[in-house]
Write a protein that binds this ligand. Structure first.
Ligand code: SF4
Length: 374
């Protein structure tokens, strides 16, 4: 049976202009949503474009030559992104992840990183600034990114075999160049480099052991991500999900593993270490082991829409406030109000469904991952 991708209804505009509370309370950094989750991690998409067409994120049947990507004028400027980031930091954000599409396609991204690197938490600590990339441009840009203040990178790599890699990302890009980008990042000190492999049963799960063998003893952290029903276009099916428990089983059979504790609350990856000291691997199991309970992540789209969950179908249009001559105190109060009302826990709801139902009802089509970043 072939995957049927679903034509994309234009979702980018499914958002509402935020309400500004009458009382403009100053941010305390202790904001919590309806499930008591703080706001700690902001993912900022800086472009909706990408030079890959990964089938689980941006299938080429939909994101083809006729697809209307966002015009430059509708993207948030670096000044607007930094202004918003400052407001989120005052509410408790400590980590900023730059995403896309492919963030390195955004021109002069180093300038934005320099601006963000100047921000500090209310306690005076620097922010943890990282970036997720397909590494196609990383070898060329690593030094400039580091000099601008980037601390770490996460590289998406779905296999070492060129043919399998091509089956996942649908472009003719050599794995060797991605590996070159990883090496360049390590060389300039953008470490530890994390490697994310999305595992699609029947397409690239044969690459799990070759990837583990390749990245052991390299100082990188390899993570395996369960294939997710993100967006509305990737034709997701539950039988193409390889549960993380099976991934760990496969690796453990060749290289014994032991579980290790999370680095911090809200960390998405479950961590394991090689008994023989060969390093660390992780699994991100949104489908079989939901982690919504301490999800402290918010996502900002390229156009300034705030989404409270990767599987959301509605955003909050902060750009309308940014370009509507509202003050920072009003923007801050609006952000606080949105987060405090947050109830999202999609993966938990999916996990609670009877076996014959794979996805929860949602109030609209889910936003595309390429629009808000993974
Ligand atoms: S499904 Fe939504 S609420 Fe749950 S962990 Fe993912 S982003 Fe967070």
């Amino acid at each position: 049976m072939t995957n049927k991708t679903i034509p994309l209804a234009d979702l980018r505009y499914a958002s509402r202009v935020p309400h500004i509370p009458a009382r403009l309370d100053a941010p305390t950094g202790l904001l919590a949503d309806t499930l008591g989750r703080p706001l700690r991690d902001l993912r900022i998409s800086v472009t909706d474009r990408c030079n890959f067409r990964c089938s689980y994120c941006m299938p080429s049947e939909v994101f083809n030559k006729d697809y209307a990507f966002l015009p430059q004028t509708s993207l948030l400027s670096f000044e607007e992104i930094t202004r918003l980031a400052k407001i989120f930091v005052a509410h408790g954000v400590e980590k900023i992840r730059l995403t896309g599409g492919e963030p390195l396609l955004r021109k002069n991204l180093e300038v934005l990183i320099e601006m963000l690197a100047k921000l500090q938490t209310p306690e005076g600590r620097p922010l943890d600034i990282t970036l997720t990339t397909n590494a196609s441009l990383l070898a060329r840009k690593a030094q400039a990114l580091k000099d601008a203040g980037l601390q770490r990178v996460t590289v998406s790599l779905d296999g070492l075999d060129d043919a399998v890699f091509r089956r996942m990302n649908d472009v003719d890009f050599p794995v060797a160049d991605v590996l070159g980008g990883i090496e360049a990042a390590q060389k300039v000190g953008l470490a530890p480099v994390k490697i994310n492999m999305v595992v699609k049963r029947g397409t690239n799960d044969s690459e799990i052991l070759p990837m583990a063998r390749h990245f052991r003893n390299t100082g990188t952290v390899l993570r395996f991500i369960e294939y997710m029903d993100v967006g509305a276009t990737n034709g997701w099916r539950m039988d193409e999900v390889l549960p993380s428990a099976q991934v760990i089983e496969r690796i453990n059979a060749e290289f014994p593993l032991l579980p290790i504790t999370a680095n911090y609350a809200g960390e998405t990856a479950e961590r394991w270490r090689y008994v023989d000291g060969g390093g660390e691997v992780g699994v991100i199991s949104s489908v079989t082991k939901a982690f919504c309970g301490d999800c402290n992540r918010a996502r900002l789209s390229t156009e300034g829409k705030l989404f409270l969950c990767l599987f959301a179908s509605q955003g909050h249009d902060l750009r309308a406030l940014l370009r509507g001559n509202y003050g920072d105190d009003q923007l801050s109060a609006a952000v606080g109000h949105i987060w405090q009302a947050r109830t999202d826990r999609y993966s938990e709801q999916r996990a609670a469904l009877p076996a014959d139902t794979s996805q929860p009802e949602s109030s609209g089509k889910r936003v595309e991952m390429s629009y808000i970043g993974g």
